[in-house]
Design a protein around this ligand. Structure first.
Ligand code: CA
Length: 233
């Protein structure tokens, strides 16, 4: 399957050039002349890479980058910033906001393709490393914050996902409610321990047939178990 790349650039001749070069390199592209249209499109389909111009009329590229990197469902999409500026400060800022690389205009076609290839290769490696297969019917993708049960994506909240992430790090290990709260909110926690029970109840409900894997150890806390007959309730 061809990699899908979204390209955001308000100068249409540059946009067309980018699309042409990447199409010739075998990529499937979609072009946008503004960041907002691209963000709307992300709700429908997530691409393998976004090439994002810094200076855009509707929304600053840096701001668009920040929005993408702050949303769990989107944050792992690699971003290459495109900038006409040679200002080092902008590049540093872009990388701080989570951009994976940047290209300065004007660019050589070969450089563009090489950067795209490098970023996609890096992503492929990270993705395969971060999928946990508990059973062939129960998989967790830590990169995409997604859980699959029998190849169907389960809709978890970020809190539910993080609890699952913590518990599956060390199967069999019991985490107290307080430890779970620490993991979720650190020093900012203002919630009571019972909140954990509510999140766990919702999480279990969504895990359906695999709900038993999250066990409550009376008076202690919760653990993730691979054995049905394991102690717990
Ligand atoms: Ca521009």
């Amino acid at each position: 399957m061809n990699n899908k790349i979204y390209i955001v650039e308000d100068e249409t001749d540059i946009l067309e050039l980018l699309r042409l070069v990447l199409a010739q390199a075998g990529y499937n592209t979609e072009g946008f002349t503004g960041a907002k249209a691209m963000l709307n499109r992300l709700d429908e389909q997530i691409p393998d890479l976004i090439i994002l111009d810094l200076m855009l009329p509707d929304l600053d590229g840096m701001e668009a980058c920040r929005i993408i990197k702050n949303r769990p469902a989107w944050e792992t999409i690699p971003i290459i910033m495109l900038t006409a500026r040679t200002d080092v400060e902008d590049r540093v800022k872009g990388l701080e906001y989570g951009a994976d690389d940047y290209i300065t205009k004007p660019f050589a076609s070969s450089e563009l393709v090489a950067r795209v290839k490098a970023v996609l290769r890096r992503r492929g490696w990270e993705t395969s490393k971060n999928v946990l297969t508990i059973t062939p019917d129960f998989k967790i993708d830590f990169n995409k914050f997604e859980v699959y049960i029998r190849d169907k994506k389960i809709d978890l909240t970020l809190t539910e996902f993080k609890i699952l992430q913590l518990l599956t790090q060390r199967p069999g290990w019991v985490y107290s409610r307080n430890q779970i709260l620490d993991y979720l909110w650190g020093n900012d926690k203002i919630v009571i321990e019972r909140t954990v029970d509510v999140h766990i109840r919702n999480l279990r409900e969504k895990l359906d047939d695999f709900a038993w894997m999250i066990k409550n150890i009376r008076g202690m806390g919760y653990k993730f178990s691979l054995y049905e007959e394991d102690s717990g309730q």
